[in-house]
Design a protein around this ligand. Structure first.
Ligand SMILES: [Zn+2]
Length: 178
């Protein structure tokens, strides 16, 4: 499984705060009913509270991209691209996402365009985490970075009460602003 090489990768860049897991325990009388581990990620000034275990469990039953599609672009994505040093990938893994899998609603592989030299030009993929955007008025968080001449955009959208979809795109950047 991706990202489980015994090394804890913690995103620590601009605006992203990955706090230690919080343990929320609800008790009635002396009996413990619910125990949920959540992690807070601060993105664009808003806190996304993620249930990593629920996200991991969800991905257990999803299909591998390279099983759904045998094209070179999908294999490039799964074997090379997600190992590139962009903070978004370890951050998604830290939320419980399995980067090598598709959502069953998107069974056609990733959208990945490369030039004749094999360089990535454009890439899009949708991920899902279980959790909530902690904001009274916003149901969407926007992440934007520029790195290695790519503009990296992610939209975190609360699409159900306990579920956040993430639309990630890579495209060419006009200039580098680290
Ligand atoms: Zn493919």
């Amino acid at each position: 499984m991706a990202g489980t090489q015994g090394k804890q990768v913690t995103p620590k860049h601009l605006g992203i705060k990955n706090n230690a897991p919080q343990q929320n325990v609800c008790t009635i009388g002396t009996r413990q009913l619910i125990e949920i581990m959540t992690r807070d990620f601060e993105i664009d000034g808003i806190t996304l509270q993620v249930d990593k275990e629920a996200t991991e469990n969800f991905y257990l039953t999803e299909k591998k991209i390279t099983d759904n599609c045998g094209c070179d672009d999908c294999s490039f994505y799964a074997n090379i691209w997600i190992k590139q040093p962009f903070e978004i990938f370890p951050m998604l893994e830290e939320m419980g996402v399995d980067l090598g899998k598709n959502l069953s609603s998107e069974p056609t592989g990733v959208w990945c365009i490369r030039d004749e030299n094999g360089q990535l030009i454009h890439f899009e993929q949708v991920y899902r985490v279980f959790g909530t955007i902690n904001s009274e008025d916003r149901k969407e968080i926007r992440y934007l970075r520029v790195k290695n001449n790519y503009e990296i955009k992610a939209k975190f959208i609360q699409y159900k009460s306990d579920c956040v979809d993430i639309e990630l795109t890579f495209g060419p950047a006009a200039d580098e602003k680290e």
